[in-house]
Design a protein around this ligand. Structure first.
Ligand code: PMP
Length: 398
């Protein structure tokens, strides 16, 4: 008799891009495929000092079991961090610490989704979110985006049609889209939340990674401008992209009832996020090194992004279209087929590997109606020279 697994797994396939990742170990390959930050940019010295201080100053807190809601000094630091970005009056008890923002998404799925419930996400969106919500039985609907993020008129029609449990957005430098939701659309999203009483989940791991001008305030920060909107926003933050994904420190801000239910689910899941990681993150934020770290990562990723834009234009010309991102880690591009060149990014991905360069085809990032001409290129881990060389190889593959 084979093992009989839970039927909820029937809704989810292992990701198509996993297969591709297996090929990335090939020697000499230049990869634009991963979603990782560059390990060379981690502030190792700052984190070493922070972890040593965590052990020296509060070994009990850093090594003992802790509260499910999170380590108090970290909650205090995170609330201050959010306030520094315009979230009015945020108190430590209005957020919980999660094991990466991925866990916050899982907790939202667990607390909100019954099998068959509708959820609206952007098309395209973060693949792991689609999979996570489907695991809870969600019927995931996809709202179209353009260079300014989700198309709010279309979103309103879809909210009316589907009456979703919630709307999941990555408004700032989306993964994979790199798109930035405009200020006007952010306000409109909040108006929709209040009008239709629908929860907006704002996933924001990339908001601090901007290259020039700061992006508009987060949807959470803008709730102060739209009366009655605060209770309709859940906001997921993360230390992964600027500090370290290995720390697994994220956070969830939400209205009290939702936060209490998410906390209860977290208790049964991992009891609490690693206290050692939390104490280290708290010490790091307290150390005052964060502004310098942010400056560094913004400058370095910004440089790589502009080299990628320049190389794509030079090497691929009108065979590809894209809007250069103003932050985050990703270029989202579309093969145009100009000059009789390939239009299918799945085919190109295979040819690219033969030419020792890798990227991720865009189709799996769509919950509905995949666009096979799209692709995601990460500029995070290849330096400027490798980026130039990798895009030249991509042009050859095309
Ligand atoms: N949301 C988005 C949009 C992401 O791109 C990622 C990481 N790739 C996550 C959430 C999860 O990040 P973490 O759990 O490391 O905070």
């Amino acid at each position: 008799m084979p093992l009989s697994f839970a039927s909820r797994l029937d809704n989810v396939e292992t990701s198509a891009i996993r297969e591709l990742f297996k090929l990335l170990g090939k020697p000499g390959i230049i990869s634009f495929a991963g979603g990782f930050p560059d390990s060379a940019m981690f502030d190792v010295e700052g984190l070493r000092e922070a972890s040593q201080r965590a052990l020296a100053e509060e070994p009990g807190g850093a090594l003992q079991y802790g509260a499910t809601e999170g380590y108090e000094p970290l909650r205090t630091q995170l609330a201050a961090f959010e306030r520094s970005k315009g979230v009015a009056d945020l108190e430590p008890h209005q957020l919980i610490v999660t094991t990466g923002s991925q866990q916050a998404l899982d907790l939202l799925g667990k607390t909100m989704i019954d099998p068959g419930d509708k959820v609206i996400v952007e098309g395209p969106t973060f693949l792991a979110t689609i999979q996570c919500f489907r695991l809870y039985g969600a019927d995931v609907q996809s709202a179209p985006i353009d260079a300014h993020g989700v198309q709010v008129d279309r979103l309103e029609e879809m909210i009316k049609e589907h009456k979703p449990k919630f709307v999941y957005l990555i408004p700032t430098f989306g993964n994979p889209s790199g798109a930035l939701l405009s200020l006007e659309r952010r306000r409109k999203v909040l108006e929709l939340a209040v009008k239709y009483k629908v929860l907006i989940v704002e996933d924001d791991p990339y908001g601090d990674l901007y290259f020039g001008e700061a992006p508009p305030p987060s949807i959470l920060a803008l709730t102060k401008e739209v009366p009655g909107s605060r209770e309709w926003v859940a906001h997921c933050g993360s230390m992964s992209k600027v500090l370290s994904p290995g720390l697994r420190v994220g956070w969830l801000v939400a209205q009290p009832e939702l936060l209490a239910k998410a906390t209860m689910c977290k208790q049964f899941s991992d009891a609490h996020t690693s206290t050692f990681a939390q104490a280290t993150a708290a010490q790091y934020l307290k150390s005052g090194r964060m502004p310098e770290t942010l400056k560094n990562v913004r400058r370095k990723y910004g440089e790589r992004a502009s080299v990628m834009a320049e190389s794509l234009r030079k090497e691929l010309g009108d065979a590809i279209e894209f809007t250069a991102p103003q932050g985050g880690l990703f270029f989202w591009a579309r093969l145009t087929g100009a000059g009789g060149k390939l239009k299918d990014a799945n085919v190109l991905a295979k040819r690219a590997i033969e030419n020792n360069v890798a990227f991720v085809p865009g189709a799996p990032f769509f919950a509905k109606d995949p666009d096979v001409a799209t692709l995601r290129l990460s500029f995070a881990t290849a330096d400027v020279e490798k980026t130039r060389e990798g895009i030249a190889r991509l042009a050859k593959a095309l």
